[in-house]
Ligand binder design. Structure first.
Ligand code: PLP
Length: 409
């Protein structure tokens, strides 16, 4: 017998555009070039002390399984947190029994898609979108149908385009707000309107709010939440995570919240099959809820400065088009190149400015529509402002060198 081969599902799984240039970055390092990573949303802000202390002070003699849906104490604390943010405006206050603790927001997304869609069903996702949405859907045999949004419109979602895209296999709408990769944010009214459309058309509305706190303009402390919109009890499914809010990506704790008992029951069965979310990390995530508001605020102020440095720097480069994003810590920029992936690889394999280069994520990997985003890159502003200023200078010099190279070939 010939050796077994991986499943088609495995072979055809989409590669992460955020990580797929990693071998080229290794090559840059091998040739002695320092790489500034603007390709990945790994925050560098220190994790709150209370979170780290929770790991250090764990004293139990046995590290046992926890409860599948997450510890009751943590879920009670989370319910207080969501209700404190105004979730009760959307209906009855959130109860601990409507919260399920997951392994990062990632597992909540997988549970959400699995609980709402069957194989060959379709989930509508505004594009450009967080590429793992496609990865999770693919794993479950679910198709992603993109709803185009455009840089020229600030990547705002058009309700008409959503309405037009609904087909016989459509089961859900999935989006992130504030969004990765565009930083676009839906207003409370837009969430309510989209929710109403979902109710009318019998669709679930999965709202990924992991960047809730990262809002920069207009004085709001957090982005509007789907949980606070009335009339959406049957359809709303909220995804959350401690990764970005508390700069604790390695904690691997997130959660899902839904007022729909059937969807909750389905997710609970998935959760029971994977036994429990991480126990010590939950303690750390619980401790994180007590992070002083001032600490969170100073992190957001720092991200605002970073956004402004990167956006204004990129806007000064001839031919680069970019708008200031409302939230999260990413932006999509149009470059004066035909193929942004080629440029990104050039930056890693052939270019340096004084021994430094920049790693960016090619934009096309954030789109489902073939050919879309081919001149765009996504950048994360998760580095100190001085490093971002330097990165802008490197990108500008790299674009010049790339243009010269093209002119010669
Ligand atoms: C939009 C969005 N949702 C979910 C996640 C998943 O985060 P985690 O699994 O670390 O909670 C990320 C991570 O970058 C993200 O950008």
């Amino acid at each position: 017998m010939p050796p077994p081969v991986p499943s088609l599902r495995g072979q055809q799984a989409p590669a992460s555009p955020i990580r797929r240039l990693a071998p080229h970055a290794d090559f840059a390092r091998q040739r002695g070039v320092h790489v500034h990573h603007l390709n990945i949303g790994q925050p560098d802000i220190p994790t709150p002390r209370a979170v780290l202390d929770a790991y250090r002070t764990f004293q139990e003699p046995v590290l046992a399984y926890g409860v599948s849906e997450g510890s009751l104490g943590y879920r009670k604390a989370l319910a207080d947190y969501y209700n404190g943010l105004g979730a009760a405006a959307g209906g009855a206050p959130i109860a601990p029994s409507q919260i399920l603790v997951t392994v990062g927001g990632s597992e909540a997304l997988q549970f959400g898609i699995a609980a709402t869609c069957d194989p060959d069903d379709e989930v509508l996702v505004p594009e450009p979108f967080y590429p793992n949405y496609k990865g999770f859907a693919h794993l479950l045999g679910v198709n992603v149908r993109p709803i185009p949004t455009h840089a020229s419109e600030g990547f705002q979602l058009s309700l008409d385009r959503v309405r037009e895209a609904i087909g016989p296999r459509t089961r859900a709408v999935l989006l992130s707000t504030p969004g990765n990769p565009t930083g676009a944010m839906l207003s409370a009214q837009e969430l309510a309107d989209l929710g109403k459309l979902c109710v009318e058309r019998g669709l679930y509305f999965m709202c990924d709010e992991v960047y809730r706190d990262f809002v920069y303009d207009g004085g709001a402390k957090v982005a509007p939440s789907v949980l606070a919109q009335p009339g959406l009890d049957d359809v709303a499914f909220m995804v959350d995570s401690v990764s970005k809010r508390y700069s604790a990506c390695g904690a691997r704790v997130g959660c899902m919240v839904t007022r729909n008992p059937q969807i909750y029951a389905a997710c609970l069965k998935f959760a029971q099959a994977r036994l429990s979310p991480p126990v010590v990390d939950q303690l750390a995530a619980w401790a994180a809820l007590a992070t002083p508001e001032t600490e969170l605020r100073s992190a957001i102020d720092e991200y605002r400065r970073r956004r402004d440095v990167l956006v204004q720097g990129l806007q000064r480069i001839p031919g680069v088009t970019v708008r200031s994003p409302a939230g999260a810590f990413y932006l999509m920029a149009g470059l004066p190149v035909a193929n942004a992936e080629e440029f990104c690889i050039f930056m890693l394999r052939e270019f340096d400015l004084g021994g430094e280069t920049v790693m960016l994520a090619p934009g096309d990997g954030f789109y489902e529509t073939p050919g879309a985003g081919s001149n765009q890159i996504r950048a994360a502003y998760v580095l100190e402002t001085a490093k971002l200023e330097r990165s802008v200078a490197i990108i500008q010099a790299g674009l010049n060198a790339f243009a010269q190279r093209k002119a010669q070939s």
